[in-house]
Design a protein around this ligand. Structure first.
Ligand SMILES: Nc1ncnc2c1ncn2[C@@H]1O[C@H](COP(=O)(O)OP(=O)(O)O)[C@@H](O)[C@H]1O
Ligand SMILES: [Mg+2]
Length: 304
């Protein structure tokens, strides 16, 4: 098996009395996208900065691309091979997009061409535009392009779409997928559940310096046994008898709200009853639990 891109074991970090990281262990396979999902203050940036060699952990150890970012030599080697977009990146507003990429590329021996990067990130038509005149989404794609100038094997993206509108966010997602399709490993942080679900098969939910759940989005949800909610709009329907795995069935003004382990037995039950009673089903909706529900379940708080 290939060496993992990242292996972190028991990382702890305190700022004074505050524990920013409280024993974080995590392995990221080569070529995958890991989404670290958690609210503000969860410790996401601290975790990334330790892996990037920008901060030292108080306890624990990490290997990044086989190197130890806590030693000067390891840090140098790690930093040559990673691409980083920080949570807030300052750019020179008066430089054009092309000039910005060329300026940063000049710092590295192994570099990607500015033209290729602009094409890949969908900003080729902005090449001669000053950075200060870009929209938020375009600016963020310049930041992504900058994270790629040194042809990194591993890319860290700290909240790549925070503050963007939904349309711009989707463009940035496309750019992130493009990076992943070329086999570069990606670690991104986000507090948007949808972003984690759409981009990553490997999600780690972080809260208060700890990883509280890890796996595929569906895996995390099903491991918690959160089940499904079935909403039925069918005025006059009464539900007699029972279906397998029903946790609760509450009648409302024009139908039912049913919580259950699985949807199928409930749907069959509802249809059978409606047929027997000659009642029309106007609407039937199955809602599966989401990562957001998982987060609330695990921490008692909302993500945002
Ligand atoms: N340089 C610092 N000095 C003191 N406290 C910090 C510092 N950086 C982060 N913290 C605190 O550590 C915790 C984790 O922060 P951070 O890693 O930035 O979380 P996130 O990126 O998930 O929002 C927060 O409570 C934050 O206030
Ligand atoms: Mg952060």
């Amino acid at each position: 098996m290939a060496l993992p891109a990242i292996e972190a074991v028991g990382l702890c970090k305190r700022y004074g009395a505050r524990k920013a990281l409280d024993g974080v262990s995590l392995t990221v396979a080569e070529g995958e996208i890991l989404a670290l999902l958690g609210p503000n203050g969860a410790g996401k940036t601290t975790f990334l900065e330790i892996l990037e060699g920008l901060r030292l952990a108080d306890e624990g150890r990490a290997r990044v691309l086989g190197e130890d970012p806590a030693t000067p030599r390891g840090r140098r080697r790690v930093q040559e091979r990673i691409g980083v977009s920080l949570q807030s990146t300052s750019l020179f507003d008066t430089l054009t997009v092309a000039e910005t990429l060329e300026l940063f590329a000049a710092l590295y021996p192994r570099r990607e061409s500015a033209a290729d990067l602009m094409a890949r990130m969908g900003i080729a038509d902005r090449a001669r535009v000053r950075v200060g005149e870009l929209s938020g989404g375009q600016r963020q794609r310049v930041v992504l392009a900058l994270a790629l100038v040194n042809r990194p094997d591993l890319v860290f993206l700290d909240e790549p779409t925070t503050g963007l509108d939904p349309v711009a966010r989707r463009y940035v997602w496309d750019s992130i997928r493009d990076i992943a399709e070329r086999g570069q490993t990606i670690v991104l942080t986000t507090h948007y559940m949808e972003e984690a679900t759409r981009l990553a098969r490997h999600v780690a939910i972080m809260d208060c310096g700890r990883i509280v759940a890890e796996g595929t989005p569906e895996g995390i949800v099903s491991a918690l046994g959160l089940g499904v909610r079935v909403r039925v709009e069918a005025p006059g329907l009464t539900l007699a008898g029972e279906a397998v795995g029903v946790r609760s069935a509450v009648a409302g003004d024009d139908g039912w709200r049913i919580e259950a382990d699985r949807a199928e037995p409930v749907v069959e039950w509802v249809f059978a009853q409606a047929r027997e009673q000659g009642v029309d089903i106007r609407r039937l909706e199955v809602e599966r639990a989401t990562l957001e529900d998982a987060f609330v379940h695990l921490t008692g708080r909302d993500l945002a």
